[in-house]
Design a protein around this ligand. Structure first.
Ligand SMILES: [Zn+2]
Length: 336
């Protein structure tokens, strides 16, 4: 892995340097992906399989289609699994993040993000009558959430499934039990059936999300809960900004929406018991894009997001979140 952060120590780095460094690293990541364009694969809709997607927008030279049946936005042609695996293994942007951004923000993220997530999951268990036996997290990253869950004692056992050696090690260092494998390859001896499986911000990155959902099946007991979070392609931020949305990037090859994901889950033997869009940043992101001149707002939105922002911004965001219109969604499904 090329560590471009090596030359600068943490203390020398100001946020502007860091941003520039990340942008340069990201540009090189993208260029590396484009260099293998011959290995890109045209795909049908990752949620419903419909083949007749129509062009939605382009970004970083990648094409996104919108499914005419379920309205999922998806990159097609998209990098093959081998190209994606190579991208994540060699990503310079992730290296910068891991070295400079993550360590500085982990403590705050624990309290502001991961502890509330755990509270939400405990709430689901209580509400849907699921015992707090084994909680499995797929794609734990550095293991912050899994560590919070482990330390809390809210579940009898917490296990992270992580195939990447460095990330698996990061989880272990935080006291998290790890199975170092892909979910499809985990044996029943290594991990008995879970009561709850969670995957935060994972499915939007996958070449074939359906196969991932299918792979989880045997790991989750019947009646158990699968909790997924991901961007909502029909939310205000993405719907308004299109390619200008930060959620539209080279890594997010699938931008589902609540009903499309529910449909995919139903096909694979799940019943969605709750679907919410708790995102809090749509209004702010669209406002920032407008202030930076990256998007033109119609007079009504101009009033809500700019002229009367202090009065209307937060209530507008609350309205979006409460009505399935924010660009970040959580889906809770019960395995049938
Ligand atoms: Zn579709």
């Amino acid at each position: 892995m090329t560590d471009i952060g090596e030359r600068l120590s943490e203390t020398e780095l100001c946020p502007t340097d860091l941003l520039a460094m990340q942008e340069a690293a990201f540009a090189r990541d993208i260029a590396r992906m484009h260099a293998r364009a011959a290995e890109f694969v045209a795909v049908s809709c990752p949620a419903c399989g419909d083949r007749a997607g129509t062009p939605a927008f382009e970004k970083f030279g990648f094409s996104y289609l919108r499914c005419g049946t379920c309205r999922t936005l998806y990159m097609s042609p998209r990098p093959s699994e081998a190209v994606l695996a190579d991208y994540y293994r060699n990503s310079e942007n992730y290296a910068v993040w891991a070295k400079h951004v993550f360590p500085a923000s982990e403590a705050a993220r624990r309290e502001k993000i991961h502890r509330p997530w755990l509270g939400r999951i405990v709430g689901y268990c209580d509400r849907f009558g699921v015992p707090r036996g084994t909680l499995v997290e797929i794609g734990p990253g550095f293991g912050t959430f899994a560590a919070v869950a482990t330390e809390s004692g809210a579940f009898r056992r917490v296990v992270a499934i992580e195939p990447t050696p460095e990330l698996a090690e990061a989880c272990r260092q935080r006291g998290v039990e790890v199975v170092e494998a892909r979910v499809e390859d985990v044996s029943t001896e290594a991990l008995p059936e879970a009561d709850v499986v969670v995957a935060f911000e994972v499915i939007e990155h996958l070449f074939e999300p359906r196969r991932f959902i299918r792979g989880i099946g045997p790991r989750l007991r019947k009646g158990g809960l699968l909790v997924l979070s991901c961007p909502n392609g029909e939310g205000f931020d993405i719907a308004t900004l299109g390619a200008e949305s930060l959620a539209v990037d080279a890594e997010h090859v699938n931008l589902f929406n609540p009903s499309a994901l529910a449909r995919l889950l139903a096909d694979e033997g799940y019943e969605v018991v709750e679907s919410t869009t708790p995102g809090r940043l749509d209004a702010e992101f669209v406002r920032e894009a407008a202030l930076a001149g990256r998007v033109r707002l119609d007079p009504f939105l101009e009033r809500v997001l700019i002229t009367e922002w202090e009065r209307l911004g937060w209530p507008f965001q609350q309205f979006l979140a409460a009505h399935g219109l924010s660009s970040h969604m959580w889906t809770v499904a019960r395995r049938l």
